[in-house]
Design a protein around this ligand. Structure first.
Ligand SMILES: Cc1ncc(COP(=O)(O)O)c(C=O)c1O
Length: 399
């Protein structure tokens, strides 16, 4: 038996994002493909200052160490800004939101059980649940309203309950949607009624553009909502620091699972984030991010109106970093991507990349990221895409 045969078994799916990451490094490409924060807005100087202070004053920062209480206290304050009341005992520090999703999958899932997700969802969640070979059940989601609550209710009422349902309340990835107050309340009520946990991924919840926004579902339900937060989009993704807010009685089980995965979130990164947060710099930094990303979003929307055919539809995302564009029915966004890369050097991700099931009916959607490009790149990239769309109408139709 070869080593390849020996390790053959269940394979975790590969996300289209990793391939795109390599592709976007190619010179000349304008990429709307990934959800990267703007590199030029990462607060490198402040992080350097915090890192220097940590290395000078906290020798244990390079040592094995349990999560420190003061980062949890900072997270509790941050959650209060989102309208969520919680205590340090309910916080687990994670190595990013992605690990938060993995930890919760380990906690909540057993092999073969059901998980309820939207038909277009964050691929990282699918990767996190993959090792448990779950039965994935889907409900439709739309770019304007988000998850179809009536479909959730039908699904929950239909018999075998899922181990959890996964939702993104604000700045949905890939759809850009933010849930209404009514939808949040209905989901909280359904979780209580059916005793099904909601895994609420709020990776983009602090990036609201047009108003203060609504509190996440966790603010409405403490026991059945497991909240996933992250510093990746609001501070720096490479620090790999995130958090969970969960019922207090589950935190020790989660720390045991985490210990098996990576022992602990890098203490040095935790300390740098703590010093940064305590310096009071996050609030002005968030204001800068919101202002700059709002400009980028509006430039993208304006360019879409100018260059895309009138049959294409989209909504204004109130949060997050993505605009979801729906092409007329019958168009295949995967074909458009190939065409756009070959002839216009523009990248984005097509609906297919976010399909929770292989039976995805809608192939006509495209996710465009606006946080990672300059205003000029956004105008130029959308103009090029619009040109490809208009000049290849016949070839882009699905078979
Ligand atoms: C919806 C969503 N959840 C989780 C993550 C992972 O974030 P992190 O870098 O904190 O692991 C991402 C990253 O893009 C995301 O879009």
């Amino acid at each position: 038996m070869t080593v390849r045969e020996a390790v053959r078994g269940h394979e975790t799916r590969r996300s289209a994002l990793q391939d795109m990451l390599a592709l976007t490094e190619r010179p000349g490409i304008i990429s709307f493909a990934l959800g990267l924060p703007a590199t030029e807005l990462l607060p490198a100087d402040c992080i350097a200052e915090a890192a220097t202070k940590v290395l000078r004053d906290e020798p244990y920062a390079l040592q094995y160490r349990p999560p420190t209480r003061d980062l949890k206290e900072c997270v509790v304050n941050l959650m209060a800004q989102r309208g969520v009341a919680c205590g340090v005992e309910q916080i687990c520090i994670t190595s990013g939101a992605q690990q938060g999703l993995s930890l919760l999958s380990h906690l909540l899932l057993r092999v073969g059980r059901r998980v309820l997700v939207e038909d277009l969802t964050y691929t990282g969640l699918l990767q996190a649940i993959d090792p448990f070979c779950p039965a994935i059940r889907t409900v439709p989601a739309a770019y304007a309203e988000g998850i179809d609550v009536e479909a959730v209710e039908r699904e929950l009422g239909s018999g075998s309950l899922p181990a959890f349902m996964y939702v993104m309340t604000d700045g949905h990835n890939p759809l850009g949607s933010c849930l209404s107050a009514t939808t949040r309340a209905s989901l909280a009520e359904l979780a209580r009624q059916y005793r099904v946990p909601i895994v609420e991924d709020d990776a983009y919840g602090f990036l609201r553009y047009d108003s203060q926004g609504l509190p996440p579902i966790r603010a409405l339900e403490q026991d059945w909502v497991f909240y996933v937060g992250s510093f990746s989009k609001i501070l720096a993704p490479s620090l790999r620091v995130g958090w969970l807010v969960v019922p207090e009685e589950l935190t020790s089980r989660l720390s045991a699972i985490k210990e098996a995965l990576d022992i602990n979130t890098m203490t040095f990164a935790q300390r740098v984030v703590t010093v940064y947060l305590r310096s009071g710099r996050l609030v002005p930094h968030l204001a800068t991010l919101r202002e700059e990303y709002r400009k980028r979003r509006d430039t993208m929307l304006c360019s879409l109106r100018q260059h895309f055919p009138p049959e294409a539809c989209w909504a204004t995302p109130g949060a997050g970093v993505f605009v979801w564009v729906e092409l007329p029915e019958g168009y295949d966004a995967s074909k458009l991507l190939k065409e756009a890369l070959a002839t216009a050097q523009v990248a984005f991700l097509p609906a297919e990349a976010f399909a929770a099931s292989t039976r995805l009916a809608r192939r006509n959607g495209m996710r465009l990221n606006f946080s990672g490009c300059t205003l000029d790149q956004i105008e130029e990239g959308v103009a090029r895409l619009g040109h490809v769309l208009r000049s290849h109408v016949e070839t882009l139709a699905a078979d």
